[in-house]
Design a protein around this ligand. Structure first.
Ligand SMILES: *Cc1c(COP(=O)(O)O)cnc(C)c1O
Length: 399
């Protein structure tokens, strides 16, 4: 990627920090033992593993033994949900509560369980993209074995009232999982104070390496292993631990947490500038909540255009953006998140997500504002749909 590229797709993945790279390097060719080996080379790696586990636990208010390393956020989500389901079904509890705007790692795991006979309640989120603790409370039944609600949404950036939802679950005695992949390193997480029993994290969303993540499980909660093999990770996740990646993740998380406030301040200033300026484009609408929002998330729909063409033309102008989820791009279905907040198909197709990092600059933001304005104008000029809208043959959905 050349130096002039403006990278605004940090919700898809981030650039690794120098700190993370430096923390990983020794574990490729110096301390390369297998942490399960009894010799000194192995024990050195085991020490690095223990140290990383402790540091990560500290960042989220957990205990080291409550941390299980996984291959990333998706695996952590899968394992958390499947574990709760296995515990539940033994007690005849086969009802799970979640939301309509979860990541596919959660939704597709729930689909799988539904085919096994579990009943899934997906709570609606309303136009702001937020679920309330009352909704969760009202949905909990005698046979509910899990509530899983994401901490912050990867597409529209909305932040859920996690501590309050956790309190509702705690009171009802129902395990509470949160996919905190977009939150970790960006928002304060404390599993004890926020009443969280299970939590998923992925390193590559906070300037750590790809392919590594964490499943936090409150002590006493019995995880089911979804990968069979050796006795690594207290028998809960087989496979030789990815020591370099784990060391990189610990360093990245510590760094992100120590700079959280200053980063959030910088990001939200750039975010708010983008939101203020892009709102001025006629027939545009901000997706997600204006207040309860990730500091680096901007998401708009522009009526009368296709998100795909918008992205390609922005790319020509060196701006790397997204239409929402990296997982749905390439398919022609509009985002399930935008549909869930009530955007009709016609405008859900014209979405744009800009997700920022603290490395972005004010100059880049100003350039991007101009680029989006130009590209939206250009595409509308060519759009038959836009022509019909302007001619009054069709009604505008947006203001
Ligand atoms: C990126 C992401 C995931 C998946 O994490 P991977 O480490 O890429 O598997 C899960 N949930 C959310 C909210 C995400 O943003």
């Amino acid at each position: 990627m050349n130096g002039k590229t403006i990278y605004l797709d940090n919700a898809a993945t981030t650039k690794m920090s120098k700190t993370a790279i430096d923390a990983m390097t020794p574990y490729f060719d110096k301390v390369y033992g297998n942490p399960s080996s009894l010799h000194s080379a192995g024990q050195e790696a085991a020490e690095a593993l223990a140290d990383s586990r402790e540091r990560i636990a500290r960042c989220i208010g957990a205990e080291p033994r409550e941390i299980t390393f996984t291959s990333g956020g998706s695996e952590a989500d899968n394992q958390a949900i499947v574990s709760a389901a296995r515990i539940g079904e033994k007690k005849g509890k086969k009802h799970i509560i979640s939301t309509a705007i979860e990541h596919h790692a959660v939704l597709h795991t729930l689909n799988k369980l539904e085919k096994e006979g579990f009943e899934i309640t997906l709570l609606p989120v309303g136009e702001r993209g937020i679920v309330t603790p009352e909704q969760v409370k009202n949905a909990i039944r005698e046979d509910t074995c899990l509530v899983t609600v994401m901490f912050a949404n990867n597409e529209i950036g909305t932040i859920q009232p996690i501590a309050a939802i956790g309190a509702v679950c705690r009171e009802a005695g129902v395990p509470f999982h949160t996919d905190a992949v977009q939150a970790a390193g960006h928002l304060r997480i404390n599993v004890a104070e926020q009443n969280i029993d299970l939590l998923s994290i992925s390193a590559h969303k906070f300037h750590g390496p790809k392919g590594i993540g964490v499943l936090y499980a409150r002590k006493g909660f019995r995880l089911t292993n979804i990968i069979e093999g050796g006795a690594q990770e207290r028998g809960k996740r087989a496979g030789t631990e990815n020591v370099p990646a784990i060391a990189g993740m610990a360093a990245a998380l510590e760094e992100a947490c120590s700079r959280m406030d200053e980063n959030a301040k910088k990001l939200s200033a750039m975010r708010d500038r983008l939101i203020a300026e892009l709102s001025k484009i006629p027939h545009s609408v901000l997706n997600g909540d204006a207040e309860n929002r990730l500091p680096g998330n901007v998401n708009f729909c522009f009526e009368g255009i296709e998100g795909e063409s918008l992205l390609l033309l922005l790319d020509d102008k060196r701006v790397c953006a997204s239409s929402g989820s990296a997982c749905t791009s390439g398919s022609l279905d509009p985002s399930h998140v935008l549909l869930a907040i009530g955007r009709p198909h016609e405008i859900a197709h014209g979405s744009l997500r800009l997700s920022l990092s603290e490395e972005n600059t004010d100059e880049e933001i100003e350039y991007t504002i101009g680029a989006v304005r130009d590209v939206v104008g250009y595409l509308r000029n060519m759009s038959p749909v836009w022509r019909d809208l302007v001619a009054g043959k069709k009604e505008f959905i947006t203001k």
